[in-house]
Design a protein. Structure first.
Length: 74
């Protein structure tokens, strides 16, 4: 959690948390892919071998006031 809070305080990690009940994975939202990869590569869960697979994928937002690519119906 220290790494996550440090990234959040630095402004690179926008949101993060567990997914599922009970938690089965985590979802972390970064402002850019380089920051996400750098975080994952130094994440203690990854370096300790607890997390053995992770992905960095783009999220193309289309709905909402903060959407990067808003698409409204005609």
């Amino acid at each position: 959690m220290a790494l996550a809070w440090a990234a959040a305080d630095a402004g690179t990690l926008l949101l993060g948390g567990a997914v599922g009940d009970p938690p089965e994975r985590a979802l972390l939202l970064f402002g850019d892919t380089d920051a996400a990869r750098a975080f994952a590569e130094q994440d203690p869960y990854v370096t300790a071998g607890i997390v053995t697979h992770w992905d960095v994928v783009p999220w193309i937002t289309v709905v909402g006031a903060e959407a990067a690519t808003p698409i409204r119906p005609a």
